[in-house]
Design a protein around this ligand. Structure first.
Ligand code: DPX
Ligand code: MG
Length: 570
């Protein structure tokens, strides 16, 4: 470990200090010769802990998960061979509104002027391409040309990411990480939040009163940007002042308490839970808070609310006919809470529509394992200390249908939808929240994409419970469009995880073919604290949720829409 040289403060030290000051405690890395000096400098900072990853895709997704837990994260990779893989998790952070700081080492500053061809590059001496690419997937990309520019550029990128809740990119040439640098000024210059413009806030509140005036059946629809804006408490305050029904988009599950009397379910069109679909369609005013309407959340565009909406975003508010910039979500919600009229008409209707709790069948111990039985057992496992990650596939639908007890957290990556995301993301998240029980629901196909990161859970002794649902293939894709490409090679997943142990690891890999075997395996997992436990749950290939089938049909129909506006008939 390279100690900070006495008296000499470097570009790497500057970055390390700033990362620590913005709240990063673990930084995720894969080394390469372009970033080694930088890694030494980051290692030398007493408040930063280096976490090695198996590859840069996983490294970026681990940082994505860490940002969910910590609010900000850092991923440090080498030039091109590393960074281009890390762009994927950076794209996820962009789509999911998470300030991930992507840091890449880069060629020596002399090489470009000398027209040198360098390893790990495209093989021509223009070394600006990575920076140019990074601009497209971050809210601010900087490439440090000289040590003297580092403080200004690093601070600029960090501030942009923190304010926008989006990733940023910082490129540091290999010969600048150890170059002398001035010391940083107060961190408030980077982290101080932007507050609402007072005039805009007042005007937006007046517009909200006009929007709601005379409306009898207002409904609040919550989307995933609520949590990213950190405005859950303000939403609760506003919702209770309104007294009306609150429905959640699937990606916002967990952002409003499910045991709250105003919670009316997950609004997901045809595959909604409770009575959310009926409530949203019955509403005469829709207050959308941090919503994202995409083809998945609208079930192939079949579930787009058809009344004019009031939309509260992270930093602006829009009404039919009016827009207000620089109005912060949290400030607006708490301001509005003091002005609105209590109206519980929608709750009276909800009481009439609320479905009875479903009768849940408990399988006998020797019964072959089914998807429903897995869900029943996972439901019993959830506590206020659970953080549940659900990966793309039927795990989305199984996870959305679970009832979250107060305090339980739910993580889903619905905008980016990268299969395998949950393994590295849960790893990154759990490092920051060792006090919580992190559980992952993931399909066999997804697991194969990022399986190596289980070895980091072994290395860092992170006790995550992974429930791998093995239905022998890409079932969600089968429902959208089937073909032989949806079959995959089966693995012995339980044995694979044991293989990661080598001589010093403590992972457990278990197989559950029956309901009783799953009960026993879950008990073992809950007691195992020295590393991860993977439980391979085998189910029939055709055993999937009816919600997945319905949703798949509508998404397939949306994908298959013929091209429009063809001026010439061929
Ligand atoms: C793909 C998906 O086994 O889950 O429940 O069997 O569907 P299910 P699996 O994990 O399979 C996942 C599979 C292939 N999506 O059905 S959802 C396309 C895709 C993606 N991300 C990446 N590549 C391809 N979403 C990185
Ligand atoms: Mg599968």
């Amino acid at each position: 470990m390279a100690a900070q040289q006495k008296g000499k403060f470097t570009v790497g030290d500057y970055l390390a200090q700033r990362l620590a000051e913005v709240g990063v405690r673990h930084h995720f890395v894969v080394p390469g010769d372009y970033n080694l000096i930088l890694l030494d400098k980051l290692q030398a900072h007493p408040d930063l802990k280096e976490v090695g990853c198996a590859n840069e895709l996983n490294c970026s997704l681990a940082a994505e998960g860490y940002a969910r837990a910590n609010g900000v994260s850092a991923c440090v990779v080498t030039y091109s061979v590393g960074a281009l893989s890390a762009f994927n998790g950076t794209g996820s952070a962009y789509a999911e509104n998470l300030p991930l700081i992507l840091i890449s080492g880069s060629p020596n500053t002399n090489d470009s002027a000398q027209y040198h061809i360098l390893h790990h590059t495209l093989g021509h001496p223009d070394y600006t391409y990575q920076y140019e690419m990074a601009k497209k997937i971050t809210c601010c990309a900087v490439s440090v040309p000289r040590a003297i520019d580092a403080p200004r550029l690093i601070d600029r990128a960090l501030r942009a990411a923190i304010l926008a809740r989006k990733p940023c990119y910082i490129e540091i040439p290999t010969n600048l990480a150890g170059a002398t640098c001035v010391r940083p000024g107060p961190i408030s210059a980077v982290t101080d939040p932007i507050t609402s413009d007072k005039n805009a806030l007042e005007a937006a509140a007046t517009c909200a009163s006009e929007y709601l005036d005379g409306k009898l059946k207002p409904v609040i629809l919550v989307g995933p940007k609520l949590g990213r804006a950190g405005a859950e408490k303000e939403l609760l305050q506003f919702a209770e002042a309104m007294g009306c029904a609150v429905a959640l988009q699937p990606a916002a599950k967990g952002m409003f308490p499910e045991d709250h009397k105003q919670f009316v379910g997950i609004f997901w069109g045809q595959v909604s839970s409770d009575a959310a679909d009926s409530m949203v369609h019955w509403a005469d005013a829709m207050i959308c808070v941090g919503t994202i309407f995409n083809d998945y959340s609208t079930v192939g565009w079949t579930a787009v609310p058809d009344i004019p909406l009031m939309s509260i975003d992270m930093d602006h508010v829009t009404f039919p006919g009016a827009h207000f910039s620089r109005v912060r979500m949290g400030e607006f919600l708490s301001h509005l809470a003091t002005q609105v009229t209590f109206n519980e008409t929608t709750m009276i209707e909800y009481k009439r529509l609320k479905p009875d709790p479903p009768h849940v069948h408990t399988a006998a111990r020797e019964d072959a394992l089914t998807r429903k039985e897995i869900s029943r057992q996972v439901q019993e496992l959830l506590t206020d200390k659970t953080s549940l990650f659900v990966d793309t596939g039927d795990s989305w639908f199984n996870g959305i249908q679970l009832k979250l007890p107060p305090g339980a957290k739910f993580e889903i990556e619905m905008q980016w939808g990268h299969i395998g995301w949950s393994i590295p993301a849960a790893f990154g998240y759990a490092l920051r929240h060792p006090d919580r029980h992190t559980i992952v629901l993931i399909g066999d196909g997804s697991f194969q994409v990022t399986a190596q990161e289980v070895s980091q859970m072994v290395r860092y002794k992170v006790p995550i419970t992974i429930l791998l649902i093995n239905n022998r293939g890409y079932t969600i894709e089968v429902e959208i469009h089937d073909g032989s490409y949806n079959k995959i090679k089966n693995w012995d997943y339980a044995m694979l995880v044991q293989a990661f142990n080598s001589t010093d690891g403590r992972a457990k890999g278990l197989l559950a073919n029956t309901a009783g075997e799953l009960t026993d395996a879950i008990k073992t997992a809950s007691e195992h604290k020295e590393g991860p436990t993977l439980i391979e749950c085998t189910i029939d290939q055709d055993d999937c949720s009816k919600e997945l089938i319905t949703w798949g049909h509508y998404v397939a129909a949306a994908n298959a829409r013929p091209p429009r506006n063809m001026s010439v008939q061929e």
